[in-house]
Design a binder for this molecule. Structure first.
Ligand code: GAP
Length: 442
């Protein structure tokens, strides 16, 4: 009980820090907000962009077997017919007869996925009212293209970025001249009319994904699956810096798998509210390409064989990455709160302080260093309050290094650098600062 309370307190503290320091704000707040919509603020967008850039560099730019795309959010509705989303992409919804609240049947009846029978003894978790029989609710978000709001102009915001990688397969193949095995990657928004969004940025109706569709020959798919599983682990632990004990691997039961998948493994994270899905890895077989292309879209150059490539799909939620990173980094020490972010992810790499605000020679020197470092890193400048308060403020947003310019700096051309995690301070020559920060935040 106590442990549960601490966990919910932790979530509240993280949400409060995010708002207070400009990581994430409630969306449309001045109009009373919009349920489960969140805006990334000045620091949040830096953190999120750092994650996306690292991912793109690692999985696209540094590989010879990957090509990137950035496709339209709204695709021809025929895409969703062919992909099976119009028919299959739904959740079972039950409604309370008394308070009219809606729930996912599989969230409140743990046997539902297996039995497909909803336990009639389960009452509304909110008011104890009677719950309806489950009905399937399609998660695709609808809109109309053009002025007429009729059936012919219905379109959908994409519920996953993946389909564009299948639909554009031939165009990418012809322009990039890749050979199997190779992947197509994309980062972008996806939309789902979730029945029960919640838990801050964990489950929202508008979110971002980083996805790879990795095309292979069917034979040996298990090895490629294992390879991508290792890549996902490595990204989670080494690039994001998540603690090993907080990440778990879990194979989905067949009844929990998406309609296109023959095998799915989730990486789960110990979020404060529960252990829940962070990322997914699926073997989508040739399901998607077969549905979109009448003829096999790939011809083997050596054998001339025409074939439908099979697909291994590693998929990464951007917002869940941000949330996991924040939860993992949040640390309370005796007199301070520290976000122990990896320096590569931190919104600011370094903060510059003049020791005293009212000494122009110190402020000028600090500004000079700030202007020079700003060309290479994201840098904060702070001259408010005392040094202790400035350290506290930077610790709370995860800035790995703070530089103080004092009177000795004017004489010796050096500064004090204080390390966020150890709080140790050392003197470094101003001319060596760039190298020092590059080395320490690589
Ligand atoms: N293309 C496969 C696919 O979309 P998914 O498991 O439905 O698979 C992939 O979604 C990832 O997208 C999830 O592992 C999660 O990180 C993220 N995600 C899914 N639904 C989300 C939501 N409603 N809010 C935030 N992130 C979500």
């Amino acid at each position: 009980m106590e442990k549960e309370k601490n966990k919910s307190d932790l979530m509240e503290k993280i949400i409060s820090l995010c708002k207070r320091r400009g990581f994430v704000f409630p969306g449309s707040e001045i109009y009373g907000g919009l349920a489960n919509s969140w805006d990334y603020g000045p620091l949040g967008v830096e953190l999120k962009n750092n994650i996306k850039q690292l991912w793109w560099k690692r999985f696209v730019q540094q590989r010879d077997d990957m090509a990137g795309i950035d496709a339209a959010l709204i695709m021809n509705p025929k895409v969703w017919e062919a992909s099976g989303h119009l028919k299959e992409f739904s959740d079972p919804l039950v409604e309370c007869a008394k308070c009219k609240r809606r729930f996912r049947a599989d969230h409140i009846d743990s046997n539902y996925e297996k039995t497909k029978q909803f336990d009639k003894n389960i009452k509304c978790p909110d008011c104890g009212g009677r719950l309806s029989e489950p009905r399937q609710f399609n998660l695709m978000m609808k809109t109309f293209l053009g002025p007429a709001e009729d059936a012919a102009s219905i379109a959908y915001f994409r519920p996953e970025t993946a389909q564009a990688m299948f639909v554009d397969f031939k165009n990418v193949l012809e322009t990039s001249r890749k050979k199997l095995p190779f992947g197509i990657a994309q980062i972008g928004k996806a939309f789902r009319n979730e029945v029960t969004p919640g838990n801050f940025i964990f489950r929202t109706r508008e979110f971002e994904q980083m996805e790879i569709e990795y095309f292979i020959k069917e034979e040996g798919w298990q090895d490629v699956f294992e390879y991508w599983k290792k890549e996902m682990w490595d990204w989670s632990l080494n690039d994001l810096g998540l603690k090993k004990g907080n990440v778990h691997e879990c194979e989905c039961e067949p009844e929990n798998r998406a309609h296109y998948s023959k095998k799915t493994i989730d990486l789960e994270y110990e979020f404060p509210f529960s252990r829940s899905e962070l990322y997914g890895l699926a073997y989508r077989t040739d399901f998607d390409l077969k549905n979109h292309f009448e003829e096999p879209p790939y011809q083997d150059i050596e054998t001339n064989e025409k074939l439908y490539p099979h697909v291994i799909e590693p998929t990464f939620g951007v917002d869940r990455s941000v949330l996991a990173v924040l939860c993992d980094a949040y640390t309370e020490e005796s007199e301070r709160i520290v976000l122990k972010l990896k320096p590569t992810l931190a919104p600011y790499k370094v903060a510059i302080f003049p020791l005293l605000k009212n000494k122009p020679e110190l402020v000028d020197k600090a500004k000079e260093i700030y202007d020079s470092l700003k060309k290479e890193f994201s840098v904060a400048f702070d001259d408010r309050g005392n040094i202790g308060k400035r350290y506290y403020s930077q610790d709370e947003i995860g800035t790995p290094f703070c530089i103080t310019v004092d009177f000795d700096s004017l004489e010796n051309n050096d500064v004090t650098i204080r390390d966020r995690d150890t709080m140790k301070q050392e003197r470094v020559k101003i001319k060596d600062l760039k190298q020092f920060i590059s080395n320490a935040s690589a």
